[in-house]
Design a binder for this molecule. Structure first.
Ligand SMILES: Nc1ncnc2c1ncn2[C@@H]1O[C@H](COP(=O)(O)OP(=O)(O)OP(=O)(O)O)[C@@H](O)[C@H]1O
Length: 228
């Protein structure tokens, strides 16, 4: 088996717009290896988020083939897609997407509620372990808005890790943070990458390129450059 964790073959994505269709991703061929730290770059509207959402089973594509960990996942049902997503992928978003009226424990617990396979003791252990990993176990009973932006993003990273996914998808994870806090978050992602997680990240920021092992540049829905 190849050591590609992800392969896209000749993938096309159209969005319906009135009677027409907008061709937003054009003949995308992509190979991502286990342990890569991939940066998807390109101008606003070039298709970065659409590509990330397709790779993360959040959106469907129109034509082509998707091979994920050696499985052809092109034609999965919605239920199978949710299972793949929940088992294999952790998500980190620019706007954190934490639930404000739940405390940190409950927020980090969420992905484990959906997959429903751990006992209360196992959940406690995993939540504490991952909060330790992001250095915030002392915030376990607080609410998201009582934390700084950087701390909230660290909580979303703990949440992304609880189901022990192989891959972390991050859409502009530092977009809402100042320079110094961005560096902390990038260093944390790099540490996870060094420990074996594959990271696929969308960014506008060329200064973050030195964290990457692979760069994919999109222009008007076309991969114009893909370099290791
Ligand atoms: N649900 C949708 N319906 C129709 N068109 C869409 C939809 N979502 C995105 N688009 C269009 O698809 C194109 C690509 O959008 P996408 O969000 O993937 O770009 P992006 O590179 O991530 O941009 P940004 O950096 O601004 O987030 C844009 O032209 C956008 O307007």
């Amino acid at each position: 088996m190849s050591n590609n964790i992800i392969e896209l073959r000749n993938m096309q994505k159209y969005y319906p717009v009135g009677k027409d269709k907008l061709h937003v991703l054009k003949s995308i061929n992509l190979e991502i290896k286990k342990g890569d730290f991939v940066m998807i770059m390109g101008k606003s509207g070039s298709g970065k988020t659409t590509l990330l959402n397709i790779l993360g089973f959040l959106d469907r594509f129109s034509e082509g083939q998707y091979i994920f960990k050696g499985n052809d996942v092109t034609n999965l049902s919605e239920k199978e897609r949710s299972k793949f997503r929940n088992t294999n992928i952790g998500f980190v978003f620019q706007q954190f997407n934490l639930i404000q009226n739940l405390n940190i424990y409950k927020n980090v617990e969420l992905p484990m509620i959906y997959n429903n396979k751990y006992s209360k003791e196992e959940k406690d252990k995993k939540i504490k372990h991952n909060l330790d990993l992001v250095d915030l176990s002392d915030k376990i009973n607080q609410k998201p808005l009582e934390l700084s932006g950087g701390q909230q993003q660290r909580i979303t990273i703990a949440r992304a890790l609880v189901n022990e996914p192989d891959i972390i998808f991050a859409d502009e994870p530092t977009g809402a943070l100042d320079t110094e806090t961005s560096k902390d978050i990038m260093d944390l992602l790099k540490k996870l990458n060094n420990d074996g997680k594959t990271i696929i990240m969308v960014t506008h920021d060329p200064e973050l390129l030195n964290y990457a092992t692979k760069v994919v540049r999109l222009k008007d829905g076309v991969v114009v450059e893909s370099e290791e």
